[in-house]
Design a protein around this ligand. Structure first.
Ligand SMILES: CC(C)(COP(=O)(O)OP(=O)(O)OC[C@H]1O[C@@H](n2cnc3c(N)ncnc32)[C@H](O)[C@@H]1OP(=O)(O)O)[C@@H](O)C(=O)NCCC(=O)NCCS
Length: 180
């Protein structure tokens, strides 16, 4: 049994962050370098936070956020991370489905994010729910002294309901990528 919360005490999120292994933070780097003040800032910076909490388990099992893009209220950026011991048990999919539903209810038409090119589990999950690749950012992060990691820019396009008057809403990035 689980519940999805939209607010937890800052310390609860901080404990969750501290529990993540380097392998996980390597793929979800929003928390990297944040102390407790930095975590507090995440909670208070205007994003919509979601937490999966088990009734009989760890205080937080998964964390996700949606954040409205400045100047573009129809777009949210997203992020998702599951506690190491709970990965591969369906909680990431569960929270992502919840976040997509939340966005649909609010007439969000695009959920945008990025994922490392070698993060196979995350890529499979995102593709399964309908995300497409919009392009990529090469050499975004360097690991050690010689290994670069690239990022895919990914998006899920939701049905457009509230933006009447706009006729060229596109859901096919490939068409543009090929013509670039
Ligand atoms: C990526 C992540 C959010 C997925 O959440 P999860 O709870 O582990 O994944 P789920 O159990 O919901 O599985 C969803 C799909 O992902 C794949 N998957 C996830 N973890 C997997 C694992 N350890 N091994 C194999 N496949 C896995 C599965 O194919 C699954 O699809 P299926 O249901 O058809 O089998 C989670 O593993 C995580 O937090 N990873 C580290 C941080 C990260 O990469 N965040 C995303 C940054 S963009």
């Amino acid at each position: 049994m689980y519940k999805i919360l939209e607010r937890v005490p800052d310390e609860t999120l901080y404990t969750f962050v501290k529990s993540l292994t380097p392998d996980t933070t390597r793929n979800f780097y929003n928390f990297v370098g944040r102390n407790s003040e930095g975590i507090k800032a995440i909670v208070e910076d205007g994003r919509q936070n979601f937490f999966v909490q088990l009734y009989d388990g760890a205080p937080i099992t998964a964390y996700g956020f949606l954040k409205t893009k400045v100047g573009c209220p129809w777009i949210v950026t997203f992020g998702l991370v599951v506690a190491d011991n709970y990965q591969g048990k369906g909680y990431g999919k569960l929270l992502l489905d919840f976040m997509i539903h939340w966005a649909k209810e609010r007439n969000i038409t695009k959920i945008w994010g990025s994922v490392f090119y070698d993060n196979e589990h995350a890529i499979k999950l995102y593709k399964d729910v309908g995300f497409v690749c919009e392009g990529c950012f090469l050499n975004e992060v360097v690991e050690g002294s010689d290994k670069f990691r690239h990022l895919y820019s990914i998006a899920l396009y939701l049905p457009m309901r509230a933006m009447s008057g706009i006729s060229n809403w596109s859901t096919n990035p490939q068409w543009y990528i090929e013509r670039f």
